[in-house]
Design a protein around this ligand. Structure first.
Ligand SMILES: *Cc1c(COP(=O)(O)O)cnc(C)c1O
Length: 353
């Protein structure tokens, strides 16, 4: 079988970007105190405060599942519930970790065709029951950008936050691709988070060019009480913490966090433009970040696989392509070319019989 020079099945197929790598090397120059009592961890936390232009409490975890689960657990008692979208990572891709780490807080799932939550959907779930038998709604979690690649506008987040405040709910943001949303919106990170009413953000480093790592950022610092113990108990306190922290310094101080995301978004836009108007091919969702979801006949997707392309179809059956900091323009063009060739083949009359 043909092997394609680069795959876009996921943005975590990419390696470590040079800025993150160099920051790791810099942190590797001497010994340093363990468990986060080192200068790199302090500098990284300060870099978050600078980027978000506010005082916030910052913690570093190994991955997004841990970050989301522990953040939600910090906002909930075991009898509480968390409102999320039906396609949210916490619901579909974390193996029950949010329920596990919160000792049983239930996820309340809003059916959503495009992955977004709305004030109406939140209100409907949060007010559906108020009796003692139902898990008490306590938190709303939104994914920015969504698992379908859509970006919440600042006004949409403000509206969700207003509904949350009215109903006594905390607002958590799963920002596994937060940088990509900032790149799309062209806004300050603060504008789409604490200034819009977000209480806690999980900021993804892995899909932004790091080897591993996700930061949990508490804008409401009162919610961070004892969070360090929660991380330790869950096996998320890195003893050589500086290597989880330092890459953030590299990404933020160089501006690579935004450049990487802009590049990835641009690749998605380019692929979407290149396949626009192809017969039998359409986009399942508008392209607003680094993901392209392609709807095409199953026979065509099979041929695309046979050409050596890897992709997932777990969201609604469409072929998902995701771009990272390292996506190469000529490989994106090659994918577009193959899609065009297969679409033409598919559209030939003899194939329709
Ligand atoms: C990738 C991703 C995560 C984090 O996943 P891990 O594999 O646990 O690091 C969280 N949320 C979303 C929406 C993601 O795409």
């Amino acid at each position: 079988m043909t092997i394609q020079p680069q795959q876009f099945a996921s943005d975590n197929y990419a390696g470590i970007c040079p800025e993150a790598w160099e920051a790791m090397a810099a942190a590797n120059s001497a010994s340093a105190p363990a468990y986060g009592d080192d200068e790199w961890t302090e500098r990284a936390a300060d870099a978050f405060r600078t980027l978000f232009d506010t005082h916030c409490e910052v913690f570093f975890a190994f991955n997004g599942t841990a970050a989301n689960s522990l953040a939600l657990a910090a906002l909930c008692q075991s009898y509480h519930s968390v409102i999320c979208s039906s396609s949210s990572h916490v619901e579909t891709d974390e193996c029950g970790a949010p329920e596990f780490f919160s000792n049983g807080s239930k996820l309340l799932v809003a059916q959503s065709a495009d992955g977004k939550l709305t004030p109406e959907a939140i209100r409907a779930l949060a007010t559906s029951r108020s009796d003692i038998h139902f898990p008490k709604p306590r938190v709303v979690t939104i994914t920015q950008p969504t698992e379908t690649g859509l970006v919440y506008a600042i006004d949409e987040i403000r509206a969700i936050a207003a509904t949350c405040r009215e109903l006594g709910l905390k607002l958590h943001m799963d920002g596994a691709r937060f940088a990509h949303a900032c790149a799309t919106l062209g806004c300050e990170p603060a504008d789409v988070t604490w200034r819009a009413g977000v209480d806690v953000l999980c900021f993804g480093g892995t899909k932004n060019g790091m080897a591993a790592g996700e930061a949990i950022v508490f804008f409401d610092t009162s919610l961070a009480t004892d969070f360090d113990y929660r991380c330790k108990q869950a096996g998320q306190l890195a003893s050589k913490m500086r290597f989880l922290a330092a890459p953030w310094i590299g990404l933020f101080e160089s501006g690579a966090w935004l450049r990487n995301a802009e590049h990835a978004n641009r690749c998605a836009t380019r692929l979407a433009a290149a396949i626009d108007g192809l017969p039998k091919v359409s986009l399942a969702f508008p392209v607003q970040s680094n993901a392209v979801f392609i709807q095409a006949p199953e026979s065509m997707l099979d041929k695309l696989r046979a050409k050596g392309w890897r992709f997932y179809t777990f969201i609604g059956g469409s072929a998902r392509f995701m771009f990272a900091w390292d996506a190469r323009a000529e490989v994106v063009a090659l994918l577009a070319q193959h899609l065009a060739e297969l679409a033409a083949l598919e559209a030939e009359p003899e194939n329709a019989i």
